[in-house]
Structure formats: C-alpha cells, structure tokens
Design a protein. Structure first.
Length: 178
C-alpha cells in the first residue's frame, strides 16, 4: 500500500512524522524552505491526501490565496487540519506577527451551503467536518464540561460569552471538495 502523502505547512520544529514539512524558518525541521506567502507552493497539483496547518495561517498575508493553494495541491477528499488561537485568546493579539484572528465561521467563506459562501473569495471548496474550541483533552472535569457546552452552541458562545470565558484555541477539520 502506498504511503499517504501529508503536507505540514509551517512545521517549525514539530513536523509530523512521515509528513513533508515546509517552512521559511532556518531552524525548523522542514524538508523544503519556502515562504508560504509566495505562490504557487513548490508542489504539483493533486498530490496530498492530508494537510496540517498548526499555528501558521494566522501569520500569513492572504488566507483566500492560501486556501486556494491548499486546494490546488490536495487530492479530492483530502483532510485539512487547521489549528490556531481563537480570537478570544490573549495570545491571538499578543503576538505582533499575527495578521488574522479566527472564529468558528472564518472558513465558511470556502464551504458551499454556508451563509458566508456567497461572498466566496476563491475557487477553493471544502466541506466542514468539525470545528472545536478549546484544548483537545482538558484534564479538569469542570473545564471539560464547560467546553462541551461551548462546543454544542458555538455561535451563541461567540456572540455572548466569548470574552467572559475565553477558550484559547480553535481547531478545524475540513475536507477538499473537487
């Protein structure tokens, strides 16, 4: 069986084992040094089955173009994992290199059927598999319960409680639709 082709954007020193890492940082574990604000990325179309973008998209200039490029290099049904600080996180605004702050609806512009897709800024098309707020596996049972409630009511939380109970991180799982 052929090995799954995985692209790790902005991998830094924590590249996923077996993935092709791409990063501009000299001290990273990247296989390819490339500025992710420069297009196209140095890959052929339709080769990756998975893309990991952990704590990188918020640093990039043009999210619609980045999403188009991810779409271009991926096969149909490729899984996309995006992790970033949520807009409620102090870290989202503390880091002077952050250019974007993400909400649960940020990627709806690329997802047919959502109310924001009509403003689509690119040709890229994805399916939303999941959006989750907060750390992946909180140990504290109370925090776990609060995150459960928040993740059951994402829009309500963002409109009414986001700055009262900041969650820190946001994780998206998308799937390429070609």
């Amino acid at each position: 069986m052929a090995k799954k082709q995985i692209l790790h954007l902005g991998c830094g020193q924590h590249k996923k084992p077996g993935a092709i890492g791409i990063d501009i940082l000299k001290d990273s574990n990247a296989d390819i040094r490339h500025d992710l604000n420069k297009f196209p990325y140095p890959f052929k179309a339709n080769i990756f089955e998975e893309v990991i973008a952990e704590n990188i998209l918020e640093h990039l200039e043009n999210i619609p173009t980045v999403m188009e490029e991810i779409y271009r290099v991926c096969k149909n049904k490729a899984g996309i994992t995006i992790i970033s600080s949520h807009f409620t996180s102090v870290d989202s605004f503390t880091d002077p290199t952050h250019k974007h702050h993400f909400t649960t609806r940020t990627f709806d512009y690329f997802i047919p059927g959502t109310d924001l897709y009509k403003y689509n800024y690119s040709r890229a098309s994805f399916k939303k598999i999941s959006v989750k707020l907060g750390p992946a596996n909180p140990k504290n049972p109370f925090i776990k319960f609060v995150l459960y409630l928040i993740n059951k009511n994402l829009i309500f939380y963002e409109k009414h409680f986001a700055f009262i109970l900041p969650v820190g991180t946001i994780s998206y799982i998308l799937e390429v639709e070609k």
